[in-house]
Design a protein around this ligand. Structure first.
Ligand SMILES: [Zn+2]
Length: 236
């Protein structure tokens, strides 16, 4: 359930309307609160017997933090003619070519050229980025997997809001297509992280030793994702 709630961030500050999404979870033990950067919402999760009152109390106690986080969100970057978006950390401009045919492609001058009717442009850019993500992630997996001697059963590209990658116990890897916008060493780190889970299904020292065999960028990439991840979630 989504609800608009007026929040007072501080004693002398203007109240602000925030969007609150209420969730109830059978697995939650305590009431919790997080920011969904993509939706620009506060998500309050209640345990099975948690009351709305306890959720509101947590929200009020964190009002300053919530309003600060929501205000800091980068605006949504929509796919339209003339918009600039990063691909592999490099800016590309979307260029609409109504007379051209053939979907979307990269031009040599740093443009993503999109053919066809303008109404389909956002969909075409999204499809192009997903395909490009699949290509770059698969290429990174092929480069790193032999070094570990572990190979995934399948690689999937998804749109996830809370994780950049995941590894299932039966050896399937999944990644967010949004990683295609990050610099290549960040994408490589996420690939290395999930591949290492094929060897170690935990975050033990042995796991990190496997990751560090594959990339020297662990700390920098984690920091990059922490800083820039919310903006990537607001694209498209
Ligand atoms: Zn992990």
């Amino acid at each position: 359930m989504l609800e608009t709630i007026e929040l007072q961030p501080g004693p002398f500050q203007e109240p602000r309307d925030v969007q609150v999404r209420w969730r109830r979870s059978a697995r939650a033990r305590l009431v919790s609160l997080r920011i969904d950067a993509r939706a620009a919402e506060v998500v309050i999760t209640l345990p099975p017997r948690g009351s709305r009152k306890s959720g509101l109390a947590l929200l009020t106690a964190n009002a300053r933090w919530v309003v600060g986080r929501l205000s800091a969100l980068t605006p949504v970057l929509r796919f339209r003619d003339g918009a600039t978006l990063p691909l592999g950390g490099v800016p590309y401009v979307i260029r609409h070519a109504p007379e051209a045919r053939g979907g979307a492609w990269l031009a040599e001058d740093g443009a993503i050229v999109v053919a066809g009717d303008e109404a389909f442009l956002p969909r075409r850019v999204a499809d192009f980025l997903r395909a490009e993500a699949k290509r770059r992630i698969s290429e990174s997996v092929s480069r790193h997997a032999p070094l570990l001697g572990r190979f995934p059963r399948a690689i999937r590209v998804k749109d996830t809001s809370s994780r950049w990658g995941s590894c299932s116990s039966d050896g399937n890897l999944a990644f967010s297509w949004r990683l295609v916008m990050a610099p290549p060493w960040v994408l490589d780190y996420v690939v290395a992280h999930e591949l290492a889970h094929l060897a170690e299904m935990n975050h033990s020292d042995r796991f990190w030793a496997q990751v560090n065999k594959l990339t020297p960028h662990t700390d920098a990439a984690e920091a990059w994702l922490k800083k820039n991840g919310p903006a990537l979630l607001r694209v498209g």
